[in-house]
Ligand binder design. Structure first.
Ligand code: B12
Length: 384
């Protein structure tokens, strides 16, 4: 036991060192970040072609379809573009071990990452002028230098489970098992027994659904459950939220707090968190328009322009979707009609990287639905 604690401590120290070391990397100039962003398509296509023609590629990617590797490259490019545009290397240091761990547990060899990183360097040299390429390739060199450490962290058992209050543990465990068994009826009956009034709904979301889904995510990451089981769990959660969100309401419709638009960021498929925020604000007297997952940015802007809410809440889970949320906020700030709308961001990527929200141009961030409710109320009270 003591030995395993010592091993975990060692990994934590390594992780802190990685973050500290990353923080000493030189920032990328706006011009270079823009050059990278504008050439993403060509660079990614080039990386795809190098990897596709690498001998034994199927061995290296664990006999997965090439499409999974191409998806990783697409996400990598969008993610690095965000990292360069905000020069946030803590985000890079925290995300790299996760990417290694996740692809490794799905069959990819760690050598794949070395080949991949070197291919990005080659593609960048191919498409960017030398002075821009050199700036960016310093960051890739750093990743290559720290490859072995990233593997050690990826192989460790550092958990990111949410601490759970004893009070909720039993219900949470039964609910999670029902989700994994695909037992919608049982999950629904746990929900119905747990929700008697409005505050129960938030507790149910926060203390039962959220930790269950986080744990299911970890099981998926470690390849302990299939993609189908995770989809089944998400679908049951969606069905349950649709049927319980009005429970505990007394029938009165209160819209006195103001108008709110709640949405997942463009390209963001995770919508359960945003949906919880929408229900919570609605319960708190907001007139909510909830737009769901993967909202196209142009249409989102048009909608905001015509609805003119007091508050926009954007949810981002995946690091590679940050740039889309930033784009929406920046469009709003440049528009006379929308520039004063309060913008709140939230979601997993911000919870994992404190201070990251500040780079988005939003007015504030909240870690969960309780805090989102209070922040929205505080803004609204100050406005009145
Ligand atoms: C379900 C799920 C999916 C489902 C989503 C279905 C749906 N209808 O939403 C699907 C299958 C679509 C999916 C896809 C992917 N997923 Co997924 N997914 C999950 C999972 C298991 C649960 C997500 C969830 O519902 N959480 C519960 C909610 C309630 O938590 P939450 O979002 O954090 O919300 C709370 C707060 O953050 C906050 N909040 C949220 N939004 C907002 C907004 C505002 C304004 C505020 C103030 C607060 C706030 O309040 C909420 C309540 O307290 C997570 C595991 C995890 N840890 O979250 C992985 C996870 C997020 N997914 C992951 C991955 C990798 C992917 C894919 C890339 C997989 C792939 N290879 O295709 C894609 C990405 C697709 C995309 N473009 O977005 C990884 C991300 C790892 C990382 N480092 O970034 C995770 C962490 C799994 C893991 N452990 O590896 N996924």
């Amino acid at each position: 036991m003591e030995e395993s604690n010592r091993a975990i401590d060692k990994i934590r120290i390594l992780m802190n060192d990685l973050i500290k070391d990353a923080a000493s990397l030189p920032p990328i100039s706006l011009k270079t970040a823009t050059e990278y962003h504008n050439n993403i398509y060509n660079i990614t296509t080039y990386v795809n072609s190098i990897l596709t023609t690498t001998p034994n590629i199927y061995d290296i990617i664990g006999n997965n379809p090439l499409g999974i590797m191409y998806d990783n490259h697409k996400h990598h490019a969008a993610f690095m573009s965000t990292v360069f545009s905000i020069s946030n290397y803590e985000l890079l240091a925290r995300t790299a071990p996760w990417v290694y761990r996740s692809y490794y547990s799905h069959g990819f060899d760690f050598d794949y990452f070395l080949i991949e990183l070197n291919s990005w360097k080659e593609a960048i040299n191919q498409y960017l002028d030398k002075k821009y390429a050199d700036e960016i390739n310093r960051i890739y060199d750093w990743l290559i230098d720290r490859h072995a450490d990233i593997i050690s962290i990826a192989l460790s058992d550092i958990e990111c489970a949410l601490p759970i209050d004893e009070k909720w543990l039993e219900s949470k465990n039964s609910f999670q098992s029902a989700l994994l068994d695909g037992d919608h009826k049982k999950a629904l009956s746990i929900a119905q027994n747990s929700i008697k009034n409005q505050s129960d709904l938030q507790n149910f979301y926060l203390h039962i659904i959220q930790p269950s889904m986080y744990e299911i995510g970890m099981m998926w990451e470690r390849a302990e459950i299939s993609v189908a089981q995770e989809h089944l769990a998400s679908a049951i959660v969606g069905r349950i939220m649709a049927s319980v969100s009005m429970m505990g309401k007394d029938g009165k419709v209160d819209k006195s707090s103001g108008k709110a638009v709640v949405t997942a960021s463009p390209n963001e498929f995770h919508e359960i968190g945003a949906w919880m925020i929408a229900d919570t604000l609605e319960q708190d007297g907001w007139d909510v328009r909830y737009l769901g997952a993967n909202m196209p940015k142009e249409d989102l802007i048009i909608f905001i322009q015509s609805f003119i809410p007091d508050l926009l809440a954007i949810s981002v889970t995946m690091p590679f979707n940050l740039s889309y949320a930033k784009e929406v906020i920046s469009k709003m700030r440049g528009d006379e009609k929308m520039k004063n709308i309060k913008v709140m961001v939230g979601g997993r990527v911000f919870n994992e990287n404190p201070k990251l929200w500040e780079s988005t141009g939003a007015d504030g961030y909240a870690i969960n639905l309780e805090e989102a409710k209070y922040l929205a109320k505080r803004w609204q009270t100050n406005e009145k």
